[in-house]
Design a protein around this ligand. Sequence first.
Ligand code: ZN
Length: 260
Amino acid sequence: MLPGVRLVVLGKQGAGKGTQCVRLSHHYVVPHVSTGDMLRAAVKSGSLLGQKAREVMDSGELLGDDLIMEMVADRLSEPDCRARGFVLDGCPRTVGQAEALEALIAPVELDLVVDIEVPTSLVLRRLAGRRVCIDCGANYSVASPPRVNWTCDTCGGEVIQREDDTEDAIRRRLDLYERQTTPLIGWYTERGQLAKVNGIGSPDAVLGRVVRAIEHRRSHPHGGGRISPRQDPSSRGQAGKKRLSGSGSGGAVGRKGGEG
Ligand SMILES: [Zn+2]
């Protein structure tokens, strides 16, 4: 049986993070745990958490780490996540959340944190070209508009550019994202848990890169900055040197050799 995975996926808006999370969750047969989806569902259901979340959002504040982590802890404690793992999307956003997540899943560790990288210029083009039906929410773009005069092919509704999809608004969101995540990326890099993956290309191509990064990490469980020289001096800084898989190094997921 294919092993599951414990994965965090990072990426700015427009990097294709959501698409990759869905594909990764199918590939590894683990739930896609999206804090955005969970929050929307909680608000809709009117649960206690949803009411709290709505109050905070209505006041224009950002949701606090405690509330986010409470929600994530609940979800990750369910049997499907415990058995096979998860693809976590939207959390952590801060170093505080990353520390809480580490404590939450201990003694198990994340297999990898993947940062999907796309140049800002490309993201701006993608997002600024986005159009949406105001009635049914169907997605279009300048490159693939509806057949007739910005009228929805599906429902006949008006197809528009969202107010928060203007270039200025997008730039502001991207700046905020970068300010928030730079320390987080540094934190995971120090721990040797981060893999940067090129997000340019078809969704299949990007998925292939992410899967290879995960498999590489599993066959080199101590390949990152986490190793201490006392434990294993031989594997430091030897670029290109391959360790034999199945050599029993470290406790991470056992994986048979072979290059897939
Ligand atoms: Zn429509």
